[in-house]
Ligand binder design. Structure first.
Ligand SMILES: Cc1cc2nc3c(=O)[nH]c(=O)nc-3n(C[C@H](O)[C@H](O)[C@H](O)COP(=O)(O)OP(=O)(O)OC[C@H]3O[C@@H](n4cnc5c(N)ncnc54)[C@H](O)[C@@H]3O)c2cc1C
Length: 401
């Protein structure tokens, strides 16, 4: 009988890969995670400071994984989402109270979630191969063989299934020559934190301006995290301004909902694209998280979607293994990919339509969107549906423990 080093080899120990490993940790499957960064590189990476808006569904999955208790004290609950259009009359408000929940979602830095996932991984039973980088992959009908570079050493390993969770620049996807479907938005996200004069009262603001959408998320006391989507030249111009000049421009775009704004933290830019892999599953390989899809951050859906990929995959792998069946079986992997398509399609369509509708200043469209916002404010069922989407509860939540 053929033997393997691992049942599941996860390439990438970021949010998606780490969460999948935790979801599989209590199962009889032999799992390892390969992560190229050292712990100190991860802890000091500037991108770790970005704020993530976590849907309620995400909080529930993190709870099942045993990490929510470490994340929750650092997370700021969102009790209202205020959506408005600068210079137009339409606005709408989604409210936790109206939805009968304590919070619509939470805001937390990516690093706080990564720390909780990394701590749980380090104290658990999953093997971590870190730092080591995937450099080669050969998938066959019975097993996948991978080569890793760990310092000067080359490791050769085999697995029944390889999961590519190695982010938007995925080596797994490249080695399998899986094409990418890229839509350039021609926009850049300018991300920063700002202190506010007034208490945010746990309100998240989504404001659609002529230059692009502006998300202001409550993060801690009198502090907000901002994702300002702009054309690239404007983003660069704003990034280079002095703090006083920058604050004046930002205050003008956002208004005085939170009083006088400032000071601001370091400003970072992220070019915005929608990237989807041409396929989610290949011979004994499956892609999850940003390796499969990279979304526009305006709707705050990327990690929420990636976590649902991980949770649903774990749920199916555990059941398949319980029946004593092959977890790398192509028909099984394709049925997982088909099952994920609906969530992916809906989330991409939701994010995409927000951007398309709200980044136009063409008057009829501006009118339609304002009427749309106004109508939404008067139509509780439509608002409830939007709220369920924002809360990450539009899809059934997977069970794996
Ligand atoms: C500005 C901004 C704001 C965002 N806001 C939100 C939000 O509000 N809500 C939300 O849900 N999402 C948000 N996102 C998206 C979210 O950050 C991503 O979806 C999420 O971090 C992706 O996680 P991942 O594990 O798939 O990929 P990553 O976090 O990129 O992890 C990939 C891991 O793989 C490792 N790796 C890479 N190559 C190799 C290799 N060859 N061998 C071994 N390891 C490798 C990397 O070191 C890394 O640790 C935002 C993104 C941005 C840019």
């Amino acid at each position: 009988m053929k033997t393997f080093d691992y049942d599941v080899l996860i390439i990438g120990g970021g949010l998606a890969g780490g969460s999948l490993a935790l979801a599989l940790a209590g199962s009889p499957l032999k799992v390892a995670v390969v992560e190229s960064r050292t712990e100190s590189e991860r802890q000091t990476a500037p991108a770790g400071a970005r704020a993530l808006a976590l849907a309620r569904g995400t909080a529930r999955i993190l709870e099942t994984l045993g990490v929510w208790a470490a994340v929750e004290p650092k997370a700021t609950p969102i009790r209202d989402i205020h959506v408005s259009d600068r210079g137009h009359f339409g606005k709408t408000r989604l409210s936790a109270e109206r939805e009968g929940v304590a919070a619509l979602g939470y805001v937390v830095t990516a690093r706080d979630v990564e720390d909780a996932v990394a701590d749980a991984l380090h104290s658990g039973t999953v093997e971590l191969i870190q730092p080591a980088r995937l450099i080669g992959l050969r998938a066959g009908p019975d097993s996948v063989h991978v080569s890793l570079k760990r310092g000067e050493e080359t490791l050769m390993l085999s697995a029944r299934l390889v999961v590519g969770a190695d982010g938007s620049d995925s080596t797994v996807r490249r080695l399998l020559e899986i094409p990418q479907i890229v839509r350039e938005y021609g926009q850049t996200a300018l991300v920063f934190e700002v202190a506010t004069e007034l208490d945010h009262r746990n309100v998240a603001y989504e404001r659609f301006t002529s230059s692009g959408p502006l998300a202001v998320l409550p993060l801690g006391r009198r502090r907000c995290s901002v994702v300002w989507t702009l054309v690239p030249s404007q983003a660069e111009e704003l990034r280079a301004l002095s703090e006083a000049e920058f604050l004046a421009r930002f205050q003008e775009a956002f208004g005085y909902w939170l009083g006088a704004l400032g000071p601001v933290g370091p400003r970072q830019t992220f070019p915005l694209k929608l990237i989807r892999a041409g396929r989610m599953a290949d011979d004994r390989v499956v892609l999850i998280g940003n390796a499969m899809h990279q979304l526009h951050p305006v709707a705050g859906q990327g990690f929420n979607l990636g976590l649902r990929d991980a949770a649903q995959l774990a749920e199916r792998l555990i059941v398949k293994q319980g029946f004593g069946e092959d977890i790398g079986d192509p028909a099984f992997l394709h049925s997982y990919a088909d099952a994920r398509q609906r969530d992916l399609r809906n989330t991409v369509a939701f994010t995409d339509s927000l951007i398309r509708i709200f980044s136009s200043d063409f008057l009829p469209l501006a009118l339609i969107r304002n009427i749309g916002l106004f109508a939404l404010d008067c139509l509780p069922p439509a608002k409830h549906l939007l709220a369920r989407h924002a809360m990450g509860l539009a899809e059934r939540l997977p069970r794996f423990h």
